[in-house]
Design a protein around this ligand. Structure first.
Ligand SMILES: O=C(O)c1ccccc1NCC(=O)[C@H](O)[C@H](O)COP(=O)(O)O
Length: 197
């Protein structure tokens, strides 16, 4: 089970995610309480070993803005939230980074339909920490897809059993306060996933 810890903004929390065994870490570079600048994302990404994927998270920006932030931060993946058109993914292909398409359950759930490499199926309001009906997507997404939205150490095993994803993504569920990650919760989340998978 692939695990992405999202919305990191502090070196100690990046270290905690890497130490706990995360496969990917996300830096939000769009409007959010978790927003970091491309420069800050570059500082954080520099702390991450090569086997862990660094992901820049965006929502609604045009491809050139995303490209500039990705290049400035050095992230190895770009995650586009919302109803970005297929053309936005095509426009970013030559960046040579992993492309993630993040959508809610009403979208086209075929991974690769927009030339993305990974699909992320999230709650209607990304980063809100609100659980949703994970079982409703069971069997619908195809290819490599991550489940997100309201996951936490105490419910991620249930969510995996309900939806059957290839991977999971969490932000609010490993925070002690809005926007403040908690190393103990990050470790507990990874343990719960490893115990479930
Ligand atoms: O986290 C945010 O604030 C955010 C804002 C705008 C677009 C995306 C955002 N987060 C993306 C993520 O990958 C989150 O981990 C995912 O939505 C799950 O969030 P949560 O329900 O808080 O675990």
């Amino acid at each position: 089970m692939y695990v992405k810890i999202c919305g990191l903004s502090e070196p100690a929390h990046v270290a905690a995610a890497v130490e706990a065994g995360a496969d990917a870490v996300g830096f939000v570079m769009t409007r959010s309480t978790r927003r970091v600048s491309p420069g800050r994302a570059a500082e954080l990404a520099a702390l991450v070993p090569a086997h862990v994927l660094t992901v820049g998270v965006f929502r609604g920006e045009d491809p050139e803005t995303v490209r500039a932030a990705a290049l400035a931060s050095g992230v190895r993946a770009v995650q586009l939230h919302g109803r970005h058109p297929h053309a936005d993914f095509v426009a970013l292909k030559d960046l040579g980074v992993t492309l993630l398409r993040a959508v809610d359950s009403t979208a086209d759930l075929r991974c690769g339909a927009y030339d993305e490499d990974l699909l992320l199926v999230d709650a209607p309001h990304a980063g809100s920490g609100q659980p949703w009906d994970w079982a409703a997507v069971r069997g619908r997404p195809s290819g490599r897809w991550l489940l997100a939205g309201g996951l936490a150490p105490g419910n991620v095993a249930e969510a995996i059993a309900a939806a059957g994803p290839w991977g999971v993504d969490v932000s609010s569920g490993v925070e002690s306060a809005p926007g403040v990650k908690d190393p103990a919760l990050i470790e507990a989340f990874l343990k719960a996933v490893r115990g479930a998978a």
